[in-house]
Ligand binder design. Structure first.
Ligand code: SF4
Length: 76
């Protein structure tokens, strides 16, 4: 599973970071982003989610008031 945050849709409510702070964090602009390794920082792409965090990521996506969290379920 992979995930990304559509920054144009995010309103910075923080719900996703509360549900799964291992994957989502609010950046300096107050908008959510997926935590990624430093070398991938520039890429605005889907990021792989560890198996044990996938349910939380789905919960976060369902809880996002603007539907800004996009999930790609297909196998990697
Ligand atoms: Fe942004 Fe949605 Fe996360 Fe709220 S739940 S901070 S709107 S991505």
């Amino acid at each position: 599973m992979k995930v990304k945050v559509n920054k144009d849709a995010c309103i910075g409510c923080g719900a996703c970071a509360q549900i799964c702070d291992e994957v989502f964090e609010l950046n300096d602009d107050g908008l959510s982003e997926v935590k990624v390794e430093e070398e991938n920082k520039e890429k605005d792409e889907f990021v792989s989610v560890k198996e044990e965090l996938q349910d939380e990521v789905r919960d976060a996506a369902e809880s996002c008031p603007t539907g800004a969290i996009e999930i790609e379920e297909k196998a990697e």
